[in-house]
Design a protein around this ligand. Sequence first.
Ligand SMILES: Nc1ncnc2c1ncn2[C@@H]1O[C@H](COP(=O)(O)OP(=O)(O)O)[C@@H](O)[C@H]1O
Ligand SMILES: [Mg+2]
Length: 262
Amino acid sequence: MGAPAGAEAVITAEGVAMRFGARTVFRDVSFSVRRGEVFVILGGSGCGKSTLLKLLIGLHPPSAGRIAVLGAEWGDLGGAARRALLRRIGVMWQSGALLGSLTLAENVMLPIEAHTTLPEEARRLIALSKLGLVGLGDAADRLPAEISGGMMKRAGIARAMALDPEILFLDEPSAGLDPITSAGLDALILSLARQTGTTFVVVTHELQSILAIGDRCIMLDKEAQGLIAEGDPKALRESATHPVVRAFFRREAPAEAGAAGG
Ligand SMILES: Nc1ncnc2c1ncn2[C@@H]1O[C@H](COP(=O)(O)OP(=O)(O)O)[C@@H](O)[C@H]1O
Ligand SMILES: [Mg+2]
């Protein structure tokens, strides 16, 4: 299993709401993420998973509530403290493409160049070690166009890990991958979490991934405008009583159309 139950919280969300104009995406969202665990945010398309991720990494302030990351609330931080906190987290967006004109190693070197004054050889050594971690040690000098979709995701993870983040946020990492490649990516995420102690926050709506990697999860729902489940995914599969949660985890036809789809 992942983090011990007593591990410190690296993220705490309390009463978080997000509205766009008159439209409430979610409200009253409270949860915490413990150091070293793989925490999954799940739910159907449009329920606010990516929006929640943006709040967690301080891209937007929530409409209500508080979010603390590694002991600090984004809203309390000035420019320098904010940059310092940003350096301690890594993000791979759903659309997080590699730059096509750069090799994989050069792509991974980009954030190191942006955030440190290390000389080029040192940057390259770090990039090669991160590519090695994700199984791409032999592909460092290839261009994105020369590798598969699964390898691109791995390279994206290597880039997000370039600065040794304490928390790594992944938005639908297996989107667009076939089931076998997707299972390989899950195995990689799990082994990185266990090997490096990095905390992972992973957005997904794929049941297999959730069961394979999630120490704990929360489930958002569009209709409910908030959380409908929290806990160990395997326990939720066994004993969830909420009809939408149950339908999703047991792959039953949902009571209402669209409840658990992607
Ligand atoms: N900047 C924005 N302005 C207005 N509405 C937005 C904005 N970002 C997201 N939304 C809306 O919030 C809802 C949740 O979006 P999103 O977080 O992308 O869902 P998910 O990632 O779960 O598919 C959607 O209805 C989306 O249209
Ligand atoms: Mg999304």
